[in-house]
Design a protein around this ligand. Structure first.
Ligand code: ADP
Ligand code: MG
Length: 463
């Protein structure tokens, strides 16, 4: 039903496909095409189907309320505004809603901070049979800006195409799965080599550059930062965090979880079960250190070990002493842990996505080996975990604030014992073992979080 509508000179409208449930618009019959006030307007996606990502402050004067939108690009054309200036603008097509009426409209995007109305409705949107009553205001149902502060705006969020960055240096199974699955869902996924990024440290407008260009705005960043570049990767990630980009895992959580000692301290503080663990700097303390973790065999671990490479089992006290002496001689940092013999060369890897265990596998060490890492020849199979194990995994991921984590634990006599929390868990082993589509579950979580863009503070100067 579009006939007989009467429009005043200003009206409340909605652009539901963009996730904008309420805007005050001015009816401007002097203009042909409608216009929307947007900023950070950036094209993305494949050249055959280009899209536009932009942000809108739907409430005039409220620069802290930002809605990120995306839409397919229809055109790019020269537009002359009422003040006679001409400008090359992107054109999108979307749906304009007033009351119960919905009509398709072409909208040009322009960044004019001083526009009193976020939207101008041009002649092209006015349907045959409609009448303009220039002396009246709000002839159509009134809306209000309250919707932006309620859950409604989240529920009404459109399935928009997201622009996502995977920070990774490697073209491996996990990266490829993240790219193909993201594109499958209509998103654009760009893999960025963290070590090629450089940063402009500026209090007002933080930026990340890569290969001579400023990186665009992303809706989300999936960090896959290798252990060898943790510090630099965390710095790049912090820059994205400052920009307000949704990062699946944060820099602080990645850094803390990578350092075994720091990680165990944080897990202990959260009262999460773990093997008896001790640490010392002075050689004089070696005996006491071993005594601290108990009588039996001990496991000695380099603080930055991954893939089981720096993990040694010492069956006797003498063996432990000589391994510790050797590590000290190399000035390596390590910790000493009681050996959880009852785990019998098996550990459990729980994959946690946004506070939920989405997959779990049991890894069994090959014969004669106590380390169950797949890189050490371990075998993986799906496993049913107990409720206690599930809760432990979720809590361990939460300790580091990780939205995507692999939590490794041993099955001890007295409950689960967490060994480590991995912030870049591999996808191949767990997908093969469980048959689950892990990236799809991860993207569901990202979509929930960034549609529409969460309300965030922007500095007035950057707005
Ligand atoms: P990495 O980071 O190098 O993988 P982990 O701490 O995860 O180091 O240890 C590697 C493997 O060694 C674990 O997956 C587990 O199978 C075994 N392991 C580690 N610590 C213990 C322990 N305290 N008791 C028994 N087995 C252990
Ligand atoms: Mg491990």
């Amino acid at each position: 039903m579009t006939d007989g509508l009467i429009l005043g000179w200003e009206e409340w409208v909605a652009l539901p496909a963009l996730g904008l449930p309420a805007l005050k618009a001015k009816v401007d019959t002097g203009a042909r095409t409608s216009a929307l006030h947007a900023f950070d307007i950036e094209p993305f996606g494949p050249v055959s189907r280009p899209k536009l990502r932009f942000a809108v402050h739907p409430v005039p004067g409220r620069t802290d309320l930002t809605i990120a939108c995306s839409a397919p690009i229809r055109d790019r054309r020269e537009v002359t505004s009422s003040n006679g200036e001409s400008e090359l603008r992107y054109v999108i097509e979307t749906t304009l809603r007033m009351g119960d009426t919905e009509v398709p409209v072409e909208v040009t995007l322009t960044d004019r901070t001083n526009m009193a109305y976020r939207m101008l409705i041009g002649r092209q949107a006015i349907q045959p049979g409609w009448r303009i009553s220039p002396a009246d205001s709000f002839c159509q149902p009134r809306l209000g800006y309250d919707v932006y502060h309620t859950a409604e705006v989240k529920l009404a969020a459109p399935q928009r195409a997201l622009r996502i960055a995977v920070l990774s240096r490697e073209d491996n199974y996990s990266t490829r799965r993240l790219v193909t699955e993201g594109e499958e869902r209509g998103h654009t996924v760009e893999v960025i080599d963290t070590t090629r990024c450089y940063m402009a440290l500026n209090a007002l407008a933080p930026e990340v550059h890569c290969d001579g260009q400023r990186l665009p705005r992303y809706d989300a960043v999936i960090p896959r930062i290798g252990a060898s570049i943790t510090a630099y990767g965390a710095a790049v990630l912090r820059q994205f965090e400052t920009l307000g980009t949704h990062c699946v895992n944060g820099a602080a959580g990645i850094t803390a979880s990578r350092d075994k000692l720091h990680a165990h301290q944080m897990l202990a503080a959260a009262r999460i079960g773990m093997p008896q663990t001790a640490f010392a700097a002075s050689p004089k303390d070696t005996d006491n250190l071993i005594a601290l973790v108990g009588e039996g065999p001990v496991v000695i671990k380099l603080l930055e070990s991954t893939q089981g490479k720096g993990v040694v089992l010492a069956e006797t006290r003498t063996a432990a002493q000589s391994v510790i002496d050797a590590f000290r001689g190399l000035r390596a940092n390590f910790l000493v842990q009681s050996f959880v013999a009852e785990a019998a060369g098996e550990d459990i890897r729980c994959l946690v996505v946004d506070g939920r265990v989405v997959a779990a596998m049991k890894r069994t060490a090959r014969g004669g080996e106590f380390r169950s890492n797949l890189h050490r020849g371990g075998r993986a199979q799906p496993v049913r975990i107990t409720r206690e194990e599930r809760e432990t995994a979720v809590r361990a991921a939460r300790v580091f604030g990780l939205g995507f984590a692999g939590v490794d634990m041993l099955r001890g006599h007295d409950g689960p014992k967490v060994l480590e929390v991995n912030s870049s868990p591999g996808l191949e082993g767990i997908e093969q073992a469980t048959g689950k589509n892990i990236p799809a579950l991860l993207y569901e979580a990202i979509e929930r979080r960034v549609r529409p863009a969460p309300v965030r503070k922007r500095r007035a100067a950057a707005a």
